[in-house]
Design a protein around this ligand. Sequence first.
Ligand SMILES: Nc1ncnc2c1ncn2[C@@H]1O[C@H](COP(=O)(O)OP(=O)(O)O)[C@@H](O)[C@H]1O
Ligand SMILES: N[C@@H](CCC(=O)OP(=O)(O)O)C(=O)O
Length: 370
Amino acid sequence: MKMPSWQRAVVKVGSALIAPDDTGTSTKYLLAIARFIIECHERGQEVVLVSSGSAAAGRKHISYDSDKIPVTVKKAMAAVGQNDMMANWSRFFDFPCAQVLMTHGDLRDRARYVSIRNTLHTLLEHSVLPIVNENDALATDEMKVGDNDNLAAMVATLVDADALFICSDIDGLFDADPRVKPDAKKIPEVDTITEEIFALAGGTTNKIATGGMRTKIEAAEKATSHGIDTYIVNGRKGETFELLLQGENPGTLFKRQQDPMSNKKHWLRHTLISQGEIVVSEATAQALIKGAPLTTTGIVDVQGDFNRGDAVVIRHGESAEAIAKGICQYSSHELLHIKGQEASSIAEQYGYSPITEVIESNDLMILEDE
Ligand SMILES: Nc1ncnc2c1ncn2[C@@H]1O[C@H](COP(=O)(O)OP(=O)(O)O)[C@@H](O)[C@H]1O
Ligand SMILES: N[C@@H](CCC(=O)OP(=O)(O)O)C(=O)O
């Protein structure tokens, strides 16, 4: 019997497993998952649980007679259902569970990101099971991750997990949605996530779930690029977890990349959303690729409205190709005035010595490097 090679894993459980019908939370599918987590604990393997299902659980308390549930009603369902979801998990464990709610707003702010990371690490050190969900009650469109597959991948990088298990209501990734094409075939392993792999993914038919297969592949892309093996497995089948405990693959394994990105570069690439664009000259593009920081002189144009500290994409002027992404030390407004100029001329015109590096090398990631 093979033993699992991972030491720390994130287990993501979808709404369809937490609340499979309209009657609130259910233990039907959770018992096998809880036993898996308990067994991992006993073996000294650490687990962070990312659990959906607060909105699905809340349907019991806030009924709504249409398949198209308005956002405000969904948020209210999530707020009331979060309690039920936590209580439903806690009853399985004789070790403590911690509720950790976050939004994308928290993850894209580096200080808050580091703070969440420290909290999760401390919980794990004290053998507490962190149960993470998006803070749906307050998340607006601009600040939410939007789906727990991507959230689970972000959490997996936060805690430096070596495995991510996405537990859904299907056996893995198929070459088409099996609910639409019953003869679709399961793909046991994916070495590289390409556009062709994304093209296989359909949406969800569950009115309270989010994303379907596409967000699971996005999650796998994020996690594997950080060196994390990612599995999509069927959480409805007890044997799934027996196989995982034996180190077998019961679903689809997306293999981790051998040369993973550093934590900060990964955060920059996969967590930060670009707020604007900086267009640079050919010579500057070449210098950036070789590791130079971005300075004012190479900037040809500035597009969008961004603030100091925001992430921006850097484009090559002639080909319009996106070559890098970085954290900008200037706002778009400031950059429009100083672009293309030497530091001495900026000092002369504006009476201050500018920060010479618009984007420091450490805050810059070349997109071709992926
Ligand atoms: N290529 C595919 N392979 C497998 N499932 C797919 C595919 N395309 C779409 N799906 C759908 O994705 C669903 C799982 O996503 P979702 O309903 O969001 O689950 P969860 O609540 O677990 O996140 C499956 O039930 C299936 O109908
Ligand atoms: N945060 C939401 C779940 C969002 C989500 O991604 O749901 P799912 O597709 O079932 O994993 C909730 O708790 O209802």
